[in-house]
Design a protein around this ligand. Structure first.
Ligand code: ZN
Length: 467
């Protein structure tokens, strides 16, 4: 945030540090313009008011992960305030979740205990992460259930990833969440004492931790106990929260304006430019997919789970048309092979949107059956070849020639007296079995419509006793 150190995840300990982020005497911090830009873009995406005169503050505390004994953060004059993020809930309703503030700060280092925390003989400290730019948002107490909290976090992450300000990787600590839980009697306006939960590193764990904590507090309140304001840790392995420390208050930190950094004057022209260049955000895109392409809301939700996937879909529609057919193929075959949030894989797959369109055209003009198309799809993924190349070389072209198919149908009927007999006794399901046998005899290449017609003709003859 205030030096030029790299921020790559997983580097050897203390290889991405410098005197500034280690807090050596005599060094001076310099504000990272790019980090401020990312903060403004995010604040705009969350509909916040930007404080054109914001400043940094020192937050004092003693802990060996922060050698200078204070962290440069923002306090009374954060980068942005009073925004919101809308979330769509499974029941089809929309909720607007308030965002109280968004501020910038530097991350701290990490203590590595040799063995377990309780039994460790020594602890080591890794300052690689110290000084890494952090953006923190505080939402209003608008979330009402663990499900809503998970929906909020997912929507939140999608915006950050789309803006390109964060890779959203919770396991690597790129996105972290601390949650506050406070209960109140049904109908009461004032919330009870809040408890903060830390250490949740996945959407699933956030939901589990909140479920546990709500239950714990409800039980305590039910037994007439008081809830104390504290910070608790989520233990994912054992599935419970445990007390970490009683809650600290702002005055504990002795905040004061950072004397080494001037107040940040943000020019309106810069903010306007960043506002103009905001990309289309996931929720807007999802609604556009419904109105522009006439897709069901479900499809639109799946197809907009990442920008790369949405772009893939739109390019394929541009080449082929028929959004619903493209959607079906993307949602089933493509997503089975390439996860929707694997943006790199989606952008580099040899099965490009144009290639998918080529495959869909072959089905559309009757060259291949839908069943064969699924095999061709697999091969395209593996070999990177175009659909027509594979179809021609392998001789997969659909057989629609009535004469050729009639001969095959006759042979199948002659070889399989049992289903024919069943059909004669009025069991319509037998026609399906026969259809399968014909498709098998042609290695899936028979045109299903032609086979159906032939079977109907010949089996109605059969009912007449001519077969
Ligand atoms: Zn540094």
């Amino acid at each position: 945030m205030f030096c030029g150190c790299p921020t790559a995840f997983g580097a050897a300990p203390n290889t991405q540090t410098c005197p500034v982020c280690q807090g050596m005497p005599g060094v001076l911090p310099v504000i990272n313009r790019r980090a401020v830009e990312f903060g403004i873009r995010t604040a705009l995406a969350f509909n916040c008011r930007i404080n054109t005169a914001c400043r940094f503050a020192r937050k004092h505390y003693y802990y060996p992960d922060m050698p200078k004994n204070y962290q440069i953060s923002q306090y009374e004059e954060p980068l942005a305030e009073e925004g919101w993020l809308e979330i769509d809930l499974p029941d089809g309703t929309t909720r607007r979740i308030g965002i109280e503030r968004l501020h910038l700060e530097e991350d701290v280092g990490k203590l590595v205990h040799e063995g377990t925390l309780e039994a460790a003989q020594s602890s080591l400290v890794d300052y690689n992460r110290a000084g890494v730019p952090l953006m923190e948002t505080v939402s209003r107490p608008d979330l009402r259930s663990p499900e809503e909290a998970a929906a909020y976090l997912k929507a939140f992450r999608a915006v950050l990833v789309d803006l390109g300000v964060c890779d959203g990787n919770m396991e690597e600590g790129s996105l972290r969440c601390d949650a506050n839980v406070s209960l109140r009697p049904r109908g009461a306006a004032t919330l009870g004492t809040k408890v903060e939960i830390k250490n949740m590193n996945s959407f699933r764990n956030v939901q589990r931790a909140l479920e546990f904590e709500i239950e714990r507090q409800a039980r305590a309140l039910g037994a007439g106990e008081r809830i104390v304001q504290e910070t608790r840790l989520w233990d994912a392995e054992r599935g419970y929260t445990r007390a970490m420390r009683t809650k600290e208050y702002a005055h504990d930190y002795r905040y004061f304006p950072e004397p080494d950094l001037p107040p940040l004057a943000l020019p309106d022209a810069w903010i306007d430019e960043l506002r103009r260049n905001l990309p289309e955000l996931p929720r807007a895109r999802r609604h556009r997919f419904v109105t522009q392409y006439g897709l069901p809301a479900y499809d639109a939700g799946v197809l907009t789970q990442s920008r790369a996937l949405a772009e893939y879909f739109e390019q394929a529609v541009g080449e082929f048309g028929n959004p619903k057919i493209v959607s079906n193929w993307v949602m089933s075959e493509l997503l089975r092979a390439l996860p929707g949030d694997d943006e790199r894989a989606l952008r580099t797959t040899p099965l490009t949107p144009a290639r998918l369109a080529g495959l869909l055209r072959l089905i559309d003009d009757g060259t291949i059956s839908g069943k064969i198309a699924k095999d061709v799809f697999e091969r395209m993924l593996r070999t990177g070849e175009a659909a027509d190349t594979i179809v021609q070389r392998e001789g997969l072209t659909q057989v629609a020639d009535v004469g050729a198919l009639a001969a095959i149908v006759d042979r199948v009927l002659a070889d399989n007296p049992k289903p024919v007999e069943d059909y004669r006794r009025g069991r319509a399901a037998a026609a399906k079995a026969l259809m399968g046998l014909v498709m098998k005899a042609t290695q899936g290449k028979a045109n299903p419509a032609v086979v159906t017609r032939l079977l109907e003709e010949k089996l109605s003859d059969a009912k007449g006793g001519q077969l």
